[in-house]
Every structure is written in C-alpha cells, then in structure tokens.
Design a protein around this ligand. Sequence first.
Ligand code: CP
Ligand code: NVA
Length: 300
Amino acid sequence: MSVQHFLTLLDLDAAALAKIIARAGELKKMQQRGEIYEPLKNRVLGMVFEKSSTRTRVSFETGMIQFGGNAIFLSPRDTQLGRGELIEDSARVLSRMLDVIMIRTFEHEKAELFAEYSQVPVINGLTDMYHPCQLLADVQTWVEHRGDIKGRTVCYIGDGNNMCHSYINAARQFDFKLRVATPKGYEPDTDILAAAGDRVVLTDDPFAAAEGADLVSTDVWASMGQEEEQVQRIQDFKGFCVTRELMALADRDALFMHCLPAHRGEEVEAEVIDGPQSVVWDEAENRLHAQKALLEFLLT
Ligand code: CP
Ligand code: NVA
C-alpha cells in the first residue's frame, strides 16, 4: 500500500478531513481536562525547516511530546540538505529512521519529491504554493465558534499565495463558498482556481468580496522569500487592508482570521485583529490540536 502523505488538502477525501476536524475538537477538550493520551509513544517526527516558523514548529513539537513521542528539528544549516545532498537521498535516509516527516520549504515540487522517496508520511508545513495544516486549524476554529462551515461564505483578501490556494482547496473539500479579492497581478494560480469551479469567485474589489461574508481572512502581503518585494507590494496592495469599514460590510456575526504573523497597519488594522470579531489566538492554538488529529490519523 502506498504511504498517505498530506501535501495539500486534496490528498485526503472530504470525509477524512471532516473526521480530523471533529477529532481535533475532542483532542483539545482532552488536553484541557489534563488527560494523558499517548498514542504515539516512541514515535518520532522529523521537522525539516527551510523557512522560519513559530507556530508550525512549536505546535508539531508540542503535539508529539503530548502524544508520548518526540520531534527532531532539522535545519538545512546543520544538515547535509543544506550542503546539497539530494532530496531523494535525504528522504530515503530520514524515512528509514523517522515515523513521520514534516517539511517547510520553498518550491512545492521539493516537498512532492521528498514525499515520493519517503517511506513514511510526509506533511507539508508550508510551501510557496500551499499551507494545508493552517486550513485544518482555521476550519476547526470556525466549527468551534459557529458550527458547520458547509454552505457558508468565506472571504479571503490579499495575496493569491499559499494561504489563498489552501483556502480555495478548503472551499472544495469543506463545501463553502469563497470570494477571493486580490490586486491585479497577484491573483491565485489559474489551475487551482479553475479546479474549484463556481464555488470560488475572484474579484479585485475587497469591499464587494466582504459583503455579507461569514468569515473574513487575510495574510501578509509579502510572504517568506518575497522580502525584497515588500516596498512594491505595500503600494500594490493599497486598499486591501482589512479595516473596520470592510468588516462592517460583512455579516454582523462575521469572524476574522489571520494565519499570523500579522503586520498591523498593512493587511489588517489593529482594531480588527485585536477586536471582538477576531479569533486569531484560538486559530493559532488550534494548530496544535488540528495537527495532533492529523498525526493520529496518519500514524495509527
Ligand atoms: N501560521 C504559521 O504557519 O506560522 P509560523 O510561520 O510561525 O509557523
Ligand atoms: N504566506 C505566508 C504565510 C506564513 C505562515 C508566508 O508564506 O510567509
């Protein structure tokens, strides 16, 4: 049987994803009750990070420790990966020792190549194209606050980046309507968008996108690896800040999410991210619970 990887939300079917979201909620309650639950005793997760991280690293590492296992942080700076050892060889070697591997890298193809040569599950901890683990946490957070997301209207404002692509895939898998508002020239990948059909609409008008939305989400304008474009992007994304005026157009019970890290005054106003509709801290915490559910699903 081939190994089950999690490189995008499309790697699992809708039923499996729904199961993971429900389980994430249960695991969160168990953790809050102080229940010891160690289904991954003696199992080891390897975490390959070619980009910085706070949430992804700490949530995976903590999750493995809570599950009775362990996690090893692998930076290219001090592994042979950083000195040019082939991805194929690294994947073959690491997967003979580890039980599961998380990779955060630039090109999505690199994660795919790694998975192809790995004999254990590979989890995408963010590539330039996708951030599927974040969407597990986002959907869990929605469910926790508002119930089923099916049929709801979600609005994503900002760059047509990894978060945007994962929101598009989530719209397919969790069956919600998605409105994406990006400035011209920053649209999401056309194939990813086309595959979602009429469930997803694209516009360059953030105010039209926000109208009546149940959830408003955004992300940084310059992602990791795009630091030198920061100044240009600040100009190009003018008008795409999630402000109180924009939130006022959404449904009165609308929630605000941001995968973090955030830049107050750029993609979101401080009054919104620190305001009553924001659930960003629950969203960040749920990375832990959602990924524990994912690890349990992939390994037990
Ligand atoms: N949201 C997210 O993935 O955060 P980190 O970059 O801190 O892991
Ligand atoms: N789009 C952002 C997400 C960070 C979690 C980036 O890739 O840097």
